[in-house]
Design a protein around this ligand. Structure first.
Ligand code: GLU
Length: 449
């Protein structure tokens, strides 16, 4: 136990006791960088840990809009610019009723390290709103996006802070947000947002990037153990954009994705999500005003288990792709009991700290979300480069760069853990490698932020 780390965690717990998700991620990251902190007395001298746990800037704002009945609605908007030491603030916007300061703060903290892992010049930020897009009409979502941007545009810019999508914010919403930004600014600064459609400067492969990147990372893990994806059974949760990218790439590489899920339950497809039609149908369901994955079960005649999570099925690989804290001890024990060897997190912080420790002990490999899902934001950074250059790479060029970035993230994480004397520990390795980059930049920039 390192005294400086423990004191800092205690201080964060006391100060932010009302934000448990934030405390969870701070404890996870800070405890796993212990060997690094022990080697660097200057971290304590410059109080790097406490400075990392404090966002550079937290913007909370009011969003007022009118619903289809003519009623005036009020939501809270958030943009937290967490750490800008290595580059432009970068991170998604989440629209979901569960959004509050603690969720934005945990996501912003995670984003800082995830973005550092990509090796690209992007700092960490996150934002969003407690607006619930489910059951809202197209007009309502558009008016909400416009009202949201009418305040947000004051705080973002192509070299200041570049938002993108996250849960509840896809290409459609990014388009409406950009339209309003352009109207307010009277200029075509399309580098201000990523995840745009290619017709106005979006990068090819961006929609697939998080899922593809996760599978590229998984391939490196399997390689390490002399195995390959062909024929493997994969259980995943979610059926949004990230799960779609995973399913699409798995289908190309001959693995079987046997489950998809939402809060409403899960489907089990023994043959796997193994046709283009099945893969694309996921997105059709997701785009419905009130999405329900039971539609997949009905269309393809497979079983649907209402209100259950998919972790009871036998699978070689488990990849949670839905949201935070999907896996607690009960689910972790189920996964291990089913003989799963590879536990690869895809959504942000899907595992409680206790469950993560258990899975690390019992699985051959655990891939941490901040490394596994970094392909999305990495391609966002490539989109920023393309916008700045007024140029567009081909799909093959972007995919190749994404592949290289994921390989590099895997290799540097593996190496960082080994050098710290931790053996094969991809979770600690990712934290250590990312932490070191952010800390070095902060020290180089002096006692500023
Ligand atoms: N929300 C995604 C993430 O968590 C994407 C962020 C981005 O592209 O800026 O990484």
């Amino acid at each position: 136990m390192n005294d400086y780390i423990e004191r800092t965690i205690e201080a964060v717990k006391k100060k932010y006791s009302y934000e448990p998700e934030f405390i969870q991620t701070v404890e996870e990251v800070f405890r796993s960088v212990e060997p690094l902190v022990a080697l660097h007395p200057e971290y304590e001298k410059y109080n790097i840990l406490a400075r990392m746990a404090e966002p550079d800037r937290c913007i909370n704002f009011k969003v007022v809009w009118v619903d289809d009945e003519g009623k005036v609605q009020v939501n809270t908007g958030y943009r937290y610019q967490f750490n800008g030491a290595v580059g432009t603030y970068k991170g998604g916007l989440r629209f979901a009723p569960s959004v509050y300061s603690g969720i934005i703060k945990f996501l912003g903290f995670e984003q800082t390290f995830k973005n550092a892992l990509t090796g690209l010049p992007i700092g960490g930020a996150k934002g969003g709103s407690d607006f619930d897009p489910i059951g809202k009409s197209e007009g309502e979502v558009m008016r909400f996006c416009q009202a949201f941007m009418t305040e947000l545009y004051k705080y973002i810019g192509p070299s200041l802070d570049v938002p993108a999508g996250d849960l509840g914010v896809g290409g459609r919403e990014i388009g409406w947000l950009f339209g309003q930004y352009r109207r307010l600014k009277s200029s075509f600064d399309n580098g201000v947002l990523t995840g745009k459609a290619p017709v106005y400067g979006g990068s090819l492969i961006r929609p697939e990037a998080t899922g593809y990147g996760a599978v590229y990372y998984l391939q490196e893990v399997l390689n390490h153990f002399g195995e390959s994806l062909a024929g493997k059974r994969v259980a995943i949760s979610g059926y949004g954009n990230v799960a779609w990218g995973v399913a699409k790439k798995m289908h190309q590489l001959g693995a079987k994705v046997v489950t998809l899920s939402g809060p409403e339950g899960y489907i089990y497809d023994e043959n796997g999500v193994d046709t283009d039609e099945k893969v694309e149908f996921m997105l059709k369901v997701r785009a419905m005003e009130t999405p329900n994955i039971e539609e997949y079960a009905k269309k393809f005649n497979v079983p649907f288990y209402p209100h259950e999570k998919p972790w009871g099925v036998k699978a070689d690989i488990v990849m949670p792709c839905a949201t935070q804290n999907e896996i607690d001890m009960k689910e972790a024990e189920q996964i291990v009991a089913n003989g799963t060897q590879y536990y690869i997190e895809v959504s942000n912080m899907p595992t409680t700290n206790e469950a993560l420790a258990y899975l690390k002990e019992h699985c051959k490999a655990v891939g941490p979300s901040k490394a596994v899902n970094a392909g999305g934001v990495a391609v966002s950074a490539l989109e920023m480069s393309q916008n700045a250059m007024r140029y567009a790479w081909s799909a093959e060029e972007v995919d190749e760069k994404l592949h290289g970035i994921m390989k590099n993230i895997y290799e540097s994480s593996e190496k960082a853990a080994a050098q710290a004397g931790l053996g094969y520990d991809l979770v600690a390795g990712a934290n250590i490698h990312a932490f070191e980059r952010v800390a070095s930049a902060m020290i180089a920039e002096g006692i500023a932020q």
